[in-house]
Design a protein around this ligand. Structure first.
Ligand SMILES: Nc1ncnc2c1ncn2[C@@H]1O[C@H](COP(=O)(O)OP(=O)(O)OP(=O)(O)O)[C@@H](O)[C@H]1O
Ligand SMILES: [Mg+2]
Length: 254
């Protein structure tokens, strides 16, 4: 049997005495979109960075396409694309130069690189941006180039940390369509977001992370039904409020 493309097995991460992620187990199947939600500081970025092999877990194991990320980081990384707000785009290079750089890094030939860049330019509508230096791009334009960068080697697994951050409504919708198309192509996609409506629209399953622990996991529908709420936002506010020792005066931001 083919292993799930994404497996987190009892992942733990501590920074000094602080536990950022504790005993986190989840999996994402091929052709599935998984949304990781949770308040600021819940541990989403930490978990995604561990998945992408950019951070060494304090406990547990991460497997990408069945490959133990700690044991074979390069092989695992070849199977994944990681998008994060802090991804550098090399200000002085053009978008095309950045894409060529990463394509080469992943071992694409010159011809494969040219074909892939043309494909991505069409998919992400970045034709007009390719020959501009990254430093001159707007936030949303940079984000689209960063998405292209993450997809350049057509990886099996997509790990996206707040992918629609900084995108306008049209660009967000466009990215959601792209992710759905990637899902149809059998990719396993895991992303974090603070936009619950977006998670509701896009995700097959959702995990709610709270203080480093997975509080709930399920389909958006099941999570809403559990709390008899009309929206996921209300369901999560209920869940998080129930976790607080005393209900905070202000609703926590998801
Ligand atoms: N390198 C680090 N050193 C110390 N503490 C860290 C480090 N990285 C993360 N943390 C802490 O771990 C916790 C989880 O951080 P993380 O960035 O994973 O949260 P998050 O869920 O992504 O939050 P946000 O929604 O704000 O992006 C936070 O309390 C953060 O301060
Ligand atoms: Mg984060």
């Amino acid at each position: 049997m083919t292993p799930d493309p994404v497996v987190l097995d009892r992942l733990g991460k501590t920074f000094g005495t602080f536990t950022a992620v504790a005993n986190l187990s989840l999996h994402v199947s091929a052709g599935e979109i998984y949304g990781l939600l949770g308040p600021n500081g819940a541990g989403k970025t930490t978990a995604l960075r561990a998945l992408a092999g950019l951070l060494t877990p304090s406990a547990g194991q991460v497997r990408i396409a069945g490959i133990d990320v700690a044991a074979e980081p390069d092989r695992a990384k070849a199977q994944l694309g990681f998008l994060t707000g802090s991804t550098g785009l090399y200000a002085r290079l053009t978008a095309r130069e950045v894409l060529i750089f990463f394509a080469r890094l992943y071992g694409l030939s010159q011809t494969q690189t040219a074909t892939r860049i043309a494909e991505l330019a069409g998919l992400l509508e970045i034709h007009g941006l390719l020959d501009r230096r990254c430093e001159g791009l707007s936030t949303g334009e940079k984000q689209r180039v960063s998405v292209a960068r993450a997809l350049v080697h057509d990886p099996l697994v997509l790990i996206l940390d707040e992918p629609t951050n900084g995108l306008d409504v049209v660009a967000s919708r466009f990215l959601r369509a792209l992710l759905r198309a990637e899902r149809t192509r059998g990719k396993a996609i895991i992303f974090s977001t603070h936009y619950l409506a977006e998670a509701e629209l896009l995700c097959d399953r959702i995990g709610l992370l709270y203080r480093g622990r997975l509080l709930r996991e399920g389909t958006p529908l099941a999570l809403r039904d559990e709390h008899r709420t009309a929206s996921l936002e209300e369901a999560f506010l209920h869940l998080v409020a129930a976790e607080e020792v005393s209900v905070p005066a202000e609703s926590p931001r998801l």
